[in-house]
Every structure is written in C-alpha cells, then in structure tokens.
Design a protein around this ligand. Sequence first.
Ligand code: URP
Ligand code: ZN
Ligand code: ZN
Ligand code: ZN
Length: 499
Amino acid sequence: SQHRLLIKGGRVVNDDGTTFADVFIEEGIIKQVGLNLIIPGGTKTIDATDKLVMPGGIDTHTHLELAFMGTRAADDFYTGTKAAIAGGTTTILDFVIPTKEQSLIDAYNQWRERADSKICCDYGLHVAITHWDEQVGKDMEILTKEKGVNSFKVFMAYPGTFMLADDDIYQVFAKCRELGAIAMVHAENGSVIKELEKEMSKLGITGPEGHLLSRPEKLEAEATNRAIMIAEQTRCPLYVVHVMSKTAADKIQEARLKGQVVFGEPIAASLGTDGSQYFNKCWHHAAAHVMSPPLRNDATTAPYLMDLLANGSLSTTGTDHCTFNINQKALGKDDFRKIPNGVNGIEERLAVVWTKGVETGKLDINQFVAVTSSNAARIFNIYPKKGRIAVGSDADCLIWDPKATKTISASSHHQACDFNIFEGLHCRGLPIITIVDGKIVYDNGQLNVLQGSGKYLHTACYADSVYQKLNKREIIREQLIKQQHIEREPYTGDVIVIS
Ligand code: URP
Ligand code: ZN
Ligand code: ZN
Ligand code: ZN
C-alpha cells in the first residue's frame, strides 16, 4: 500500500557520500537504509536499478501568487508546487512580503492561509522587511519565537515600495543577529537604478533592453559589497539571494575567504540562460526575461557562477520563481519600468543544474545534492529532516535518472504561466519519480498530487553553530575596540557658542 515504500537497487546519494542501499519508507519517514532489509508485507517496491536516490530539491526562493507591480504572479501555491514536484523539488521557501501598511504578522498569516489550502509539498517562509520601526523589531521577535521563521530579507532595490536605506538595513541585521536569525538581501543599488532608468527614457529607450542597460553589473556588486559590510558591522550571518553576476559572486567569495558567514544563491535563470535575451526582436520574448537583478549579457556569467558553486563560494540554488503571463508582462509594453519583474524556474532548476553542472564535469553527484538540497537545509536549519536520505529524515526523495533527456518547453511544462525562459534547452538528467511525505506524487510524467497536503515547516533560529563562531568574534572585536580607549585630561578651557 502507499504508506509503505521500498526503493530497491539504487545508489543513495547524499552531499557527503554515495552508497548502494535500499530505502524503506513508512508513514512519511525514512525508516531503514541498507542492504538485505527486513520489510513488512504489503510494501510497494520501486525498482531503482541504475538510478540515483537523492533527497528532494529545496527551492530556497519562490514568489507564488505574489501581488507585485500592479498584478499577481501567475503560479499560485498549487500550480507552482505541482510544477516543483514534476521537476524534483519537494520543499519550497517562499517570501512573505508585507505591503507598506501591513504588519509583519498580518502578512505572515495571509501567506499561511493562502499556502496551506493549496500547497502540495512542505514549505517554509522567509519574511521581507519593507520598513523599519520598533514594532517591526517586536514582530520579528514574535515570528522567530512563535511562528517558525528564522530568515528575514531586505531589499536594496525597488525605491518607494520595498527599498530600505542603510541605517534601516543595519537595524534589521542587528535584530537578526540578536534573534539568531539569518539576514537575506536583494542586492542592487536602487537609487542609482532609478536615475539610470530616467536616462534611458531621455534616450528614447523604452523596450526590455532598457531594463538591462539601467541595471549595470557594478550596481549589483556595489550593493552586495555594502550588504556584506553591514552584515560584518552587525556581526550577522548573511544570505545573498539571486546572485546574477560574476563580480557580485566575487564579493561573496572574498568575504567567505576572510571568514565571514556569507552565503550566495545563484538561481536557475542565472545558471541556465543569459541577458542576450533582452535584445530579442520579439517584444514578449525579451520582456519574459525581465527580472531583477537582470540576467547578464555575456556567455561567461552562467559557467562562472557554476564554477563558484563547485568550489564552495556559492552555496545554494534557488529560482526566484515569480511568473507573469505575456499579457501581464504587457503592462510594460511602452515602458520597461512597468514590466512586472520575474521569471520561472521552479520546475527546471534541478535539470538545469545537472545539465550545466554535472554533465559538464564541474559538479560531482554529491555536490549536486549539496547545492540543490542539503546546503539549503543546513543554512535554514531544517537539516537532516530535509536534505538527507537517512533514517529518521522526512521521506522526500527522488529517483533520478542521469540518462533521461528532455527539451524544456512551455507547451509541456506544468506551470500556469504561458512562457518558459528555458524554452528549447536540452536537458540530460531528470527525476523520474518524486516522493513527497512518503507518497509517490510524480511517476514517469504522471502527477498525482493532493492540493493542500503540504505542511508548514517551523524553522528554528540558530542557538549555536554559526553563532558560536560569531560570538567569539564579537568578544574579540569588543576587546580590540576597548583597547583603543584613551585616558585623557579633560578639556577645561572655554566653549564658544556662536548664536
Ligand atoms: O525580478 C524579481 N526578482 N522578481 C521577484 C521579486 C524579487 O526581487 O525577488
Ligand atoms: Zn529580489
Ligand atoms: Zn515570440
Ligand atoms: Zn525574489
């Protein structure tokens, strides 16, 4: 029956090793891993000969049914997670983004309500901080202590709606540090972008190429560097979302080499396509690729980001899945600034990373598991419940066929949106079976998902590990500062007041 499964004859792949082993699952949990297992009767057997058995993918970055730029993302928690499952992702981390008037708790509740009724796989929530005051700090504390949130994101772009200035970012990061949460950042210099956008319209550039031209790579690198600096000053761990360029990735690598706790997340789009798409003669094709920060217009960025995933400088892969149909993108048909920002990837991420990473020889299969699943589970503190094939872990698993191929197309994808930025990409390496909560929900092209069956993941803040390291540094830092205190004779002369 469905509540007992035996995956037989496969190679079990974790981030730290590979073994030939069978996997026995009961009531949604992995109960045995090994050879010659003693299995109760009535267990359904899956033959995994010549296949890999891996932990399901964790998509660290989604925006399902997000209200954004005057419209709402086309994929909701149902279609989005259905597509995720078809592509081998079994956990998503979505962003709660409060409106300016909304309290964090209100927004969080709204997200929970929307997701719980539709979602087909387990999910966690990051919460974006779009303004700062004392109350926000208190709400952050409630979210971490009572609502299972351990990650907060700030935007350095989107002035007027989401953008925070450096002093407010400092406050948010300091609060994260105090709570044991991780700070996340959308790193782009929003103020300079706004000026460059004005310049584009002065020059008569109104098409999607203007989106790229008004968001140069330097602005991403500068903001990434600034966020790293603020994280360093507040002694807070930092996670940089959607790393889109070589120079931004370099900043993360440099900080890590100096021992700072910083993580970088390239996305399916930045690994699988590039910014030459903004110059496509077809307006809707170019507009479909509009996202922020933009895809870079060269053939070297994607392989560079993959190299940095391979050497450990970048840690995870997300998607920033935030899809809009062609007629929604058309809100910006006369002005690229009004094109809703966002691209797809929730279904394609694993196949893209395998094709561009493993097939090219850059990643081994264990690193593949690390960057698609285990690292995310560790960073967001859901490991080894998620991100590992081991006794006691949740039975979210993939049967992966390294030889299976397909060509990505909007005509066959499972997403609600009508465009696919990876159209025509030939992939090798695909999930053939996806297991969520011990149930086969995807089997050789057939989906069998249950709307609303996914569960919310309470993620705990960090009490030690990362923080112990940070605490030690904090003590050293305070000692160094105090050593520079100087005993002086007080000034006793006159003070001149000019009125
Ligand atoms: O263009 C993007 N990235 N849209 C989604 C919102 C965000 O900035 O992550
Ligand atoms: Zn963003
Ligand atoms: Zn077209
Ligand atoms: Zn995003």
